[in-house]
Design a protein around this ligand. Structure first.
Ligand SMILES: *Cc1c(COP(=O)(O)O)cnc(C)c1O
Length: 354
């Protein structure tokens, strides 16, 4: 039976990427060696890293604009303190839109003066605060573009003169944005790019080198840039899979092409949530994420029936995050419109039966 993988992360990857990745584990491009048993300094792997870095900048439209792409370890969570190490001198401002931004703020606060500019915590993070003040003397403004757990997404980014840092872990490469408005973007690979184990960092070089503190080498973006993302052994397999996924995206027409499909998927599920009286959306309508749709049943006694129905339809990974409950349909780039159609059919079947 076909499985429809709505998992929030690690999550679905394109089938052809999985096939190519599996083949490279056995024999990389016919060299008679596995991708994971060759030196990361070999010409074969250096070419992989170079390509993965180049594709990221190309797809975001940032080639030749003073940006560098890095693939580092430690997950998006390591970036919370690392970005503060590199950028926080006097004061940083954080928009608190969920668990991940709270964590980012907490870690930066250990190093310096990181303040919360606005928060939606009082409403269970079900919306994106707008019209908040951004002081002009911030070292940077920190945003989380998509709140994976609560299902909200920033649709319109604040205009400001201060550098903008953005955690795009769960919606990078999913929609067109003017990425040159951001000074640092980071994203754990395991939501829209590849397996867990590497994190993409896109950083504008002129943002760096301004803090007075000493930075441990492994936490210093400038060291990683100088070493072309090979300061220490990179996560070779995750980087390889990211390269394949980005090539897959480029071949299908890049971000504009995937955005069109992502919008269709989001429209399909949210119209079912709104029309079907048995379901209720969690996030404020105008802030709804195209990547993670969060919803609950209006009648909890239907839970066992609904759960049995979607499992029988081959749907996987639909349970909501433990802090929110209910359901979460994660619809990353590799999830097809057909899979969302299968879920929507189950939801309308439930209405017919109830
Ligand atoms: C998943 C996620 C993280 C955490 O990523 P790790 O790689 O597990 O550290 C951070 N931010 C956002 C927005 C996420 O979705």
């Amino acid at each position: 039976m076909e499985i429809h993988n709505f998992s929030a992360g690690p999550c679905i990857l394109p089938a052809e990427v999985m096939q190519k990745a599996a083949a490279a584990v056995l024999d990389l491009d016919g060299i008679g060696l596995s991708l994971i048993e060759i030196s990361h300094r070999s010409k074969e792997f250096v070419a992989v890293m170079d390509k993965a870095r180049e594709l990221a900048l190309e797809l975001l439209g940032l080639e030749g604009k003073g940006y560098q792409a890095l693939y580092l370890q430690g997950g998006a969570s390591l970036q919370f303190p690392m970005l503060a190490y590199n950028l926080l001198e006097n004061k940083a401002g954080y928009l608190n839109t969920g668990t991940w931004s709270s964590n980012a703020l907490k870690e930066a606060s250990i190093l310096g003066n990181a303040i919360e500019l606005a928060s939606s915590e009082e409403k269970g993070f079900n919306y994106i605060p707008k019209d908040f003040d951004i002081p002009n003397d911030l070292d940077y403004l920190h945003l989380t573009s998509n709140n994976t757990i609560f299902g909200t997404q920033i649709k319109s980014f604040p205009t400001t003169k201060v550098p903008v840092v953005c955690d795009m872990s769960s919606d990078i490469f999913s929609r067109q944005l003017d990425f040159s408005k951001f000074d640092l973007i980071y994203a754990g690979a395991q939501k829209n790019m590849g397996p867990a184990g590497t994190t993409l960092i896109i950083v504008k070089e002129d943002l760096l080198g301004k803090v007075t503190r000493k930075i441990p080498s492994i936490l210093d973006y400038q060291v990683h840039i100088a070493k072309e993302s090979m300061f220490n052994t990179p996560a070779v397999f995750p980087v390889y899979v990211c390269m394949l996924t980005l090539q897959w995206l480029k071949d299908m027409g890049g971000i504009p092409a995937i955005e069109e499909i992502n919008e269709k998927k989001a429209k399909l599920i949210y119209s079912e949530i709104d029309l079907n009286p048995l379901f209720q959306g969690y996030a404020n309508k105008e802030d709804r994420s195209t990547m993670n749709a969060t919803f609950t049943l209006t009648d909890d006694t239907l839970k066992d029936t609904f759960d049995a129905m979607w499992k029988k339809a081959g749907i996987n990974g639909l349970n909501g995050h433990r802090s929110v409950g209910g359901y979460r349909a994660s619809m990353y780039n590799a999830l097809s419109l057909e899979s969302v159609g299968v879920l929507v059919d189950v939801m309308s079947d439930l209405e017919r039966k109830a």
